[in-house]
Write a protein that binds this ligand. Structure first.
Ligand code: ATP
Length: 508
């Protein structure tokens, strides 16, 4: 288990590599950036596309029971009334009246400082992987400052949504360290509003979608009527979602514009939903491993029954061990027939299917696996990042930074490296190989600098293989290249056909 300092270093190293190598930039950086928005650079956009493509291929193309959809980002505002988002898609917001900082009440923790059984004041801290330690340290320092003698009780952290009215003005603001400036929590709707058409009055208000899922419910009937789907079947979609998060943080983990991959799996109202739910949780875990996330970093969190929405039958989150703590990566929810029923009521259009066996109409139930592309991308960067000491041919020890990305999602699959750049036959063979490879794969041609330096460049970009074309390739029989593996750094001779066979097996 890495210490908090190691974790902070890992996060810093990942953010720095992401910027340095063109994976991720802050959005609008020349204007100072915009909090909660990011741009994906040349390597980042390839990595993101590969994550999307793997999911789409495995979820849609390689299955017979799931179809794809691309619905619009701005939908009729009534969609969001029916779904409950207008009334209830809120987070509890707390303002600090002095610093003008805003906090999510459930991420702001506090505790009374109790000495010899008497409360002498309050301390507060923002949520982190060591909230309790921070509060304990703050309580000790508070006691020292107030010069109070006696035994300090261990702090019991609570979040600000649990603060009693009389406690609120005693809790210090994390920004100023002084009590008296925090407001009681109030509901803040996270949907971004816009106006459709030339008029900007109440009648033209629309929303940027906060999730892609509603597209699947609203088009449910269209898909049933225009395709040959039969229960159980799913509708899948990948696309941008927008949430005006109060506190975007942890790099791309919680941003205001992000991408989701969601699938609604419709089942008969009498089907064994718990079994289906479990099958989808297992599918999602296996899929995450198939793109290279280690088992050791994955866990499950089952939402307690009393915290579920009234219609929900159960929700399990697949959690990932990020450097800043174990956090939700993928939510798999059993939502009953809530969404279709809501849209049937609000639109006046029944959302039912006919059961041939019972001759009765019914509203299907749904299991929903919903995941964020950006959260997966951050997970693969954090899990894949390593710094190692390696010894070169001359016996010198040097540091190498390597991104161990699965070949399935690596932005560049192979780098083609001519040993030198001024030997005509050698360059011609390298260019020929590069041209053949790039018809099928994302590859790079790199002839700049010493071969060792070129390997390091590719290690940092997560490229699984480098092939070097050298004098033996063109002078000796067999047309053999040197294949160098990123992780083991082992080298072996390989033919063009063997290289294509390797790629065919590993990149799918
Ligand atoms: P959280 O509790 O972290 O806010 P959530 O439970 O609201 O997430 P869902 O509404 O279930 O999230 O969305 C499904 C998935 O979309 C999440 O599991 C996550 O991977 C992704 N996601 C949600 N909000 C964000 C965000 N602000 N930035 C990046 N990804 C997000």
């Amino acid at each position: 288990m890495p210490s908090p300092a190691e974790s902070a270093n890992l996060m810093e190293a990942v953010v720095s590599l992401a910027k340095r190598r063109g994976f991720i930039y802050p959005s609008s950086e020349i204007y100072g950036g915009l909090n909660g928005f990011f741009d994906y650079g040349p390597l980042g956009s390839e990595l993101k596309k590969n994550i999307r493509d793997c999911w789409w291929n495995d979820m849609v193309r390689r299955r017979e029971d799931i179809v794809g959809l691309e619905s619009s980002i701005i939908m009729h505002p009534k969609v969001w009334e029916a779904s409950g988002h207008v009334a209830g898609f809120t987070d509890p917001l707390v303002d600090c009246k002095v610093s003008k900082q805003r906090y999510r009440a459930d991420q702001l923790f506090f505790a009374p400082v109790i000495v010899d059984g008497k409360t002498i004041g309050y301390v507060s801290a923002l949520e982190s992987e060591k909230t309790a330690e921070d509060l304990q340290a703050a309580a000790e320092s508070f006691k020292r400052k107030k010069a109070v003698q006696g035994a300090l009780a261990a702090v019991v952290p609570r979040d600000f949504t649990e603060a009693r009215p009389e406690e609120i003005e005693l809790i210090p603001s994390p920004a100023t360290g002084e009590p008296g400036s925090l407001t009681p929590p109030r509901s803040f709707n996270m949907m971004f509003q816009t106006n459709v058409g030339a008029m900007s009055d109440a009648s033209s208000v629309a929303y940027l979608r906060p999730e892609t899922a509603q597209g699947m419910f609203v088009d449910f009937k269209n898909i049933v009527d225009t395709t040959r789907v039969k229960l159980p079947f799913g509708i899948a979609q990948i696309g941008k979602s927008f949430r005006n998060e109060i506190t975007p943080r942890n790099f791309i983990f919680r941003s205001r514009e992000f991408e989701q991959m969601e699938m609604e799996y419709f089942i008969h109202e009498d089907a064994d939903w718990a079994k289906c739910h479990e099958e989808w949780i297992a599918w999602c875990e296996a899929w995450l491993k198939s793109i290279g996330l280690p088992d050791s970093h994955l866990s499950r969190y089952t939402h307690p029954k009393e915290k579920l929405a009234f219609y929900s039958r159960g929700t399990v989150d697949i959690m990932f061990k990020y450097p800043f703590g174990v956090q939700e990566l993928w939510g798999i929810a059993a939502r009953g027939s809530y969404d279709l029923t809501q849209h049937a009521k609000a639109s006046g259009k029944p959302q039912e299917l006919f059961d041939e066996a019972t001759k009765k109409k019914f509203v299907p139930h749904v299991i929903e696996p919903a995941v964020g592309v950006d959260r997966i991308l951050l997970a693969v960067l954090c899990a894949g990042y390593a710094e190692e000491d390696v010894t070169d041919e001359k016996g010198n020890v040097e540091k190498r930074t390597v991104l161990r990305l699965s070949p399935r999602i690596a932005p560049v699959k192979v780098a083609v490296l001519p040993l030198i750049k001024n030997k005509e036959l050698l360059v011609a063979r390298a260019k020929d190989l590069h041209a053949k490879l790039k018809r099928k794969y994302a590859v790079q041609y790199d002839d700049g600098g010493a071969i060792g330096k070129r390997y390091r460049r590719q290690d940092e970009a997560g490229t699984p293989w480098c092939v070097t074309i050298d004098f033996d390739t063109i002078e000796k029989p067999g047309d053999l290249f040197t294949l160098r593996e990123r992780d083991s750094m082992k080298q072996r001779r390989i033919t063009e056909a063997e290289l294509f066979a390797l790629l065919d097996e590993q990149v799918y």
